[in-house]
Design a protein around this ligand. Sequence first.
Ligand code: BGC
Length: 374
Amino acid sequence: MQLIKGTRRRVATTLILGGVLAVSVLAGCSSTTTTGTSGPKGCKKIGVLLPETDTSPRWEQKDHPLLNAAITKALPGATIDFYNAVNNKDTQTNQAETALTKGDCILVVAPVDATASAAIVDKAKAQNVPVIAYDRLIQNDSLKFYVSFDNAQVGKLQGQYIADHYQKYVTQNGNNNLVMINGSKDDNNAILFHDGAHSVLDPLVSGGKLKLQFETYTPAWNNQTAQTEMEGALTTVSNKLAVAYVANDGMASTVIAALKAQGLAGKVLVTGQDATVVGFQNILLGNQAMTIYKAIGKEADATAQLVAALSNGTDTSSLATASIKLADGNSVPSVLETPVAVDLSNIASTVIADGYVTKADICQGVPAGTDGIC
Ligand code: BGC
């Protein structure tokens, strides 16, 4: 008798929990279903999942506030739950589950891992929740949209900068050694940056103009790991180096520390990406040659437009005009913004003119009068 009572109580508890879940889902999104799942139509509860905090400042300093502003402007009344997975793919999956449980009915996900995050799209789909892959692609056919920059073009711009400037460094250093420090292989962008850069550099290498001595992907884009990689590379080339292709500013900064320790900072062409304050300080001090400026406000705006269209049930074909191929050959409707290469010659006319960084910030620690900018 007691056992039966206990069983009944458990069943009742489960039902009540289910009911609470259904209520919270329905609170965020108008729905005609009775199953506790809801479509994006009328959705005002948005979940935004960002990947990390420490290897690039962009996610918390730019993407987070810009997405917040853009989505609340495009979709009045929207509330946004922000999560950051601090570079842990399992944490991100848990965060997605929490977001869905809380009733978030459109998810914007910048994945830690392009493959592992496919499970997030499946879980969301089971609740009729669309996922927009933000900045980084997710390998899942059910992905609704992908919003990013033309990332192959990012790699091409980095490679082209080397192609246009390597000769000076080869002459100065008396060697033509090239080292390539790529990003995390779990991030589809890192592969696109790598491929784009190689499309420009490979002919120089096969033509004997540059000698590729060392190349690696860097797990989790970890900046300290990049420094260790460069230390090893410098040992391999007996400190003879002309060019260091480095995928982003965070890793460039630790690569420069490794160069500095061998008296090579400023003598080697170092690339970067993200138009960070530290990146510009390194450029102004002559230790880094260039960075890539990606106007994240545009990426956030494009994402917000899609979120609003999904919620309002309006046509998205004029918004997602590009498309990107998944590994399985299927395509995802996409928005791809345009990256810009920045060096000393155009800092003022690009990032400062746009208000992306301020002169005061990038000139901190840089002697007054440097490069006509500070
Ligand atoms: C982003 C870069 C960033 C890197 C590390 C990439 O997916 O596109 O802007 O530097 O991740 O966070």
